[in-house]
Ligand binder design. Structure first.
Ligand code: 8YV
Length: 319
């Protein structure tokens, strides 16, 4: 398969994935190419596969420049950086990495809930700074640490990841409610047909749905106000799910109780107004970022490409 040319459009996030691709294919990394337009025009007739991720995939413009493109294998479960309609229209296959990352992303959502309510990051900074040793008991005596067990958790999107979050939160005796396009049959969690309604009736609101034109800014001013000064927002989905300017002003003005964010509108740029807020926990998009899961994701990316070029059924087909 060395004669098959693969273009990686995302930054080379995982050395294991890069090595596995280089072993089997002729790999080009768009990220390290100085003149991308020039590179694409000189390689347009050889590139047969694209590997992308949550940061960069294959948009209509790129697809139109690659007439020999047969498959886009994404190192992510989210498909919002791939023009799926265009792929369908052109007969280009698309695969992603579902299931293998569900546990990690759900674990991280619970971690963010605990970190925000119990102020784990602030407490860690307090110990490291030597304040505890200096006899400054501000943090250990100030009563702002909130209990997590028993809080009502509202989940937007009850797919694989949403369900895994619900199951974990249930173990903390949290009542679960959810919003999705329609009520799920056979599920006992309380269904809210509107996000505002869900936000008004939960303590912790979690974004766990796919990013689509319909779910862009699903967290807007009205939802934030419904969640209110005691509510906490957790986002392990995508930055554009949230109207970030509204979120920042609500947090700065104390109209929202707190937030745990793994994703942002314009990664890696994070609004600096959030840096000074101790009721906010900020992570660099690491929901699936464990050794085990990233390896399983890479195996799926490579396995899908191999299957395609050997004319075998794809492992995780989307298109
Ligand atoms: C990744 C993700 O962080 O699967 C997704 O949709 O957002 C993540 O798992 C990313 O694609 C890895 O680079």
């Amino acid at each position: 398969m060395e004669s098959i040319t693969v273009l990686m459009t995302c930054p080379p996030v995982h050395p294991y994935l890069v090595e596995a691709l280089e072993k089997r294919f002729t790999l080009h990394k768009l990220d390290s190419v100085p003149d991308k337009a020039q590179f694409l025009s000189s390689h347009r007739d050889s590139i047969r596969a694209v590997v992308g991720n949550a940061a960069a995939g294959a948009d209509a413009e790129l697809i139109d420049q690659l007439p020999k493109l047969e498959i886009v294998s994404s190192y992510s479960v989210g498909l919002d950086k791939i023009d799926l309609a265009k792929c369908k229209e052109k007969g280009i296959r698309v695969t992603n990495t579902p299931d293998v990352l569900t546990d990690d992303v759900a674990d991280l959502a619970l971690g963010l809930m605990l970190a925000v309510l119990r102020r784990l990051c602030e407490s860690d900074r307090y110990v490291r700074s030597g304040l505890w040793k200096k006899g400054d008991y501000k943090l250990t005596t100030k009563l702002f640490l909130l209990q997590f067990s028993g809080k009502t958790v509202g989940i937007i999107g009850l797919g694989r990841i949403g369900m895994a979050i619900a199951q974990r939160a249930e173990a903390f005796s949290c009542p679960i409610s959810y919003f999705s396009r329609s009520q799920k049959p056979g599920i006992n969690y309380k269904y809210h047909p509107s996000v505002v309604d869900l936000a008004a009736n939960c303590d912790i609101l979690v974004v766990a749905c796919a990013l689509t034109p319909e779910t862009r800014h699903i967290i807007n001013r009205e939802v934030i106000d419904a969640l209110g000064p005691k509510g906490v927002l957790i986002n392990i989905g995508r930055g554009p799910h949230v109207d970030e300017a509204e979120l920042v002003s609500a947090l700065v003005e104390g109209r929202l109780g707190g937030a745990g964010l793994d994703v942002f509108q314009d990664e890696p740029n994070v609004p600096e107004e959030l840096f000074k807020l101790e009721n906010v926990v900020l992570l660099p998009h690491v929901g699936s970022g464990t050794v085990e899961t990233r390896q399983a994701m890479a195996d799926l990316v490579v396995g899908n490409l191999e299957a395609h070029f050997l004319n075998k059924p794809l492992l995780t087909p989307v298109v």
